[in-house]
Write a protein that binds this ligand. Structure first.
Ligand code: PEP
Ligand code: MN
Length: 269
């Protein structure tokens, strides 16, 4: 398979997104709210996470909510806000696409297309994302085996793209004390099996803001090429995933701690 580590020449192990490189010595810190709520919210949080050391901005415009009655995102308006905030801050933007028909509008704005956990098995979307011309952040399906995950990445690669980044975001187990079980062993395992960069999302992986700092440190320690964290200026008022969102002050503290871990494993931030 193209994705295989021993498939020499398939990919160089690095993926560049708007000047940010995944898979190099420098770790990539993606931060931002779960969802784009307003222009003011995004401008405030983008400036705060940039100041703290984030290299990319996240924020969902089209949201894959478990309940059809939950906030579904600002959609096209959310994309407009992301475009303006990118312009103002210089931070490259990653945002999710839920279906192929959204690819043209999302790709027109996003520096990187996110395919979420719930869509990891959507082979049509994977193939279409692979030809859209933008790098893809492919999150692990919450019930996907490593083999199924690699097949999903292969769909994107087989469509012609070489710019795919994997993201471990927790899997379903019998445990209910955390939202998901963050499978950090997936990081060194994926690194053994594939040449693709691998990042970790401890926010969705734990569902609890109090656990995110420790699991972020663990992610860097086990070899992740970066982390993606949900950060919100007012988590208690967040329209989505407030329980797992860090305040900007805490994000600043996490980045400081990650610098120490990064240095210990021969990386920088
Ligand atoms: C997200 O990162 O916005 C998200 C919805 O995560 P996941 O697809 O991992 O649930
Ligand atoms: Mn979220």
């Amino acid at each position: 398979m193209i994705v295989d580590k021993n498939n020499e020449g398939a990919g160089c192990g690095q993926v560049e997104v708007g000047g940010v490189v995944f898979g190099g010595t420098r770790l990539v810190l993606i931060a931002g709210p779960c969802t784009v709520e307003s222009r003011e919210q995004m401008l405030e949080i983008a400036c705060a996470v940039k100041e703290a050391g984030a290299s990319m901005l996240r924020g969902g415009a089209f949201k894959p909510r478990s309940s059809p009655y939950a906030f579904q995102g600002l959609c096209e308006k959310g994309l407009e806000i992301l475009a303006e905030v990118r312009e103002r801050t210089g931070l490259p933007v990653v945002t999710e696409v839920l279906e192929s028909s959204q690819l043209p509008v999302v790709a027109a704005v996003a520096d990187m297309i996110q395919i979420g956990s719930r869509n990891m098995h959507n082979s049509v979307l994977l193939r279409d994302a692979g030809v859209c011309g933008k790098p893809v952040l492919l999150k692990r399906g919450m019930s996907a085996t490593i083999q199924e995950y690699l097949y999903a990445a292969e769909y994107v690669l087989a469509a012609g793209s070489r710019r795919v980044v994997l993201c471990e975001r927790g899997i379903r187990t019998f445990e209910t004390a955390t939202r998901f079980t963050l499978d950090l062993s997936a990081v060194p395992l994926l690194k053994e099996r594939t040449w693709l960069p691998v990042i970790v999302d401890p926010s969705h992986g734990t569902g609890k803001a109090s656990l995110v700092p420790a699991m972020s440190r663990a992610a860097v320690a086990c070899g992740a090429d970066g982390v993606m964290l949900e950060v919100h200026a007012h988590p208690d008022k967040a329209l989505c995933d407030g329980d797992q969102s860090e305040r900007p002050e805490m994000f600043y503290k996490i980045v400081k701690e990650l610098r120490l871990i990064a240095e210990a494993v021969g990386r920088t931030i």
